[in-house]
Design a protein around this ligand. Sequence first.
Ligand SMILES: Cc1ncc(C[n+]2csc(CCOP(=O)(O)OP(=O)(O)O)c2C)c(N)n1
Ligand SMILES: [Mg+2]
Length: 596
Amino acid sequence: MAASGETTAAANRAAAGAFMAALGAAGVRDACVTPGSRSTPLTVALAEQSGIRPWLHLDERSAAFFALGLARATGRPVALVCTSGTAAANYFPAVVEANLSRIPLIVCTADRPPRLRDMGADQTMLQAGMFGPNVRWAADLPVPSSAAYEAPQFGTYATRAAAAAAGPLPGPVHLNFPFEEPLIGAATRVHDEHRLPDSREFPSPGIFAPPEANVAAATEMLRRAERPLIVAGPEAEGLPAAALVALAEAIQAPILADGLSGLRCGPHDRSLVLDSFDAVLRADAADGLVPDCVVRLGAKPTSKALNQFLARQRSAAHILCELPGGWRDPDGLSTVVLAGTPLATVAALQRALPRRARVGDWAARWRAADAAARGALQSCAAGFQDLFEGRIFSELQALLPAGATLMAGNSMPVRDLDSFLASDAKALTLTANRGAAGIDGVTSSALGAAAAGQGPVVLVIGDISFYHDLNGLWAAARHGLDLTVVLVNNNGGGIFHYLPQAAHEEVFEDWFGTPTNLDFSLAVRMYGGRHTLARDWPTFRDAVSGFEQGGLRVVELPTNRVRNTDMHREAWAAAAVAVRAALATTPPAPELTHAT
Ligand SMILES: Cc1ncc(C[n+]2csc(CCOP(=O)(O)OP(=O)(O)O)c2C)c(N)n1
Ligand SMILES: [Mg+2]
């Protein structure tokens, strides 16, 4: 017997209300919502409760990247709600990024009921499971009916979704909600039982210690090592800085700290934290810097020179520290994998390893090379007459207050951050959408970080990437967000000048250089922001400082792609000379006394 219209609408309302209430009870505080009809029960349920803040967006791709930035900054899952059809497909890039950079998102897509799928109904496509292996968990929910058991069941879906997004390997989950019409009935408020409880905590992903046998194997490797090295790759949450430097100190291992590892900046002891290894390894003078044991944490590092160097160290022992279920070892180097929470893993190693005396001059040698490279890079960056893109990060490091977030777009900004942002006591959160390294959605993720309200957020982004997500700027004025964008306008894809295609003049500019030729000031004005063109560093400093002004501020630096490539090469060459000179006057690393 067909349910009456009122019954269907009431069932939709009860199901969506129970779902949102349970989501709130599971600790979710934010949801990004875009308009549409089929999602009406979910949107109304969100609007009628007060525990989850709904953030209105108009473009689903931007909404999802905004949610990603917000979830990364708060460490809590953010929900997404959209209508059926291509709206859901627009979530895909951010779902991919959330999967790879391990950020919890709860993706809710509205759908037609199964009887209408693949039957030519409008705005209908096959949505159940549409994100495939890119989500931690996916469910096609039942069509709400008036059955008494059902509303609580919708609550259970929310609880389970939050738990699956939490981890141990955090990531996106997808819930597909089929709704029958009428989607909404007479205006009645959500039933009292859907009120949120007072205390609500996001389910902890738990603390996992790696299996003892694996710790014992890794400990043995480290005990025998004469040239131990720690490689700290990008990690969205940041790696446990204090514990990691304590381990490094105990085993006298230099830490090659990626700009996105969470180790570069902060009050922890940074004497073994190295920041210029990319330039050191480009110098081709790494003979005395070859490790016999490598401890790896985080994702694959940003530095290509470091990745190539590591891939060559096949005779060294490689200890891969990963979350349970994760496996970030594209070169297949790991000798032992320690599956656990980073802090628990590092603590387990430290407990098992006695503190040891300095191992010859191994760490000193790395430190000398790193310091020489740093000095050369800094003096080059400061000496160039033309606007050098690498200098942006040292300029910003001086201007930003402690606690600020500095986000780098993909392409050259994130690489320049890695090369030119020196290790420093001032605590800055350094971040990027590095999982899939897309140039899409970057501005939206920065606005999501700004929405977390944890201090000033500055985004450094290339012109093509900025163009890619102009739609994202709409959220700035709509939600009164404060964001400073440093727009590195080299009129095209600067990164391609470093690749072999740069030598193919006949195709390069049209297909790789790809000038944008846009007057970005007009776009910034359209979205209610303030635009400054900075042709020199004093103007840049003036425009960037004054964070208290708030709002959307875009400081555009007009740079030259060809000249910037040359300046980068000059800086690396100067660093190479400095590294070789430093290594020539530093005692050699210990000869290896054992085969690894
Ligand atoms: C979504 C997506 N499309 C294409 C690419 C390939 N890609 C990588 S860098 C780049 C050019 C980026 O140019 P811009 O943002 O101006 O930065 P610049 O290289 O000038 O530093 C492109 C197209 C990508 N990473 N992601
Ligand atoms: Mg560019």
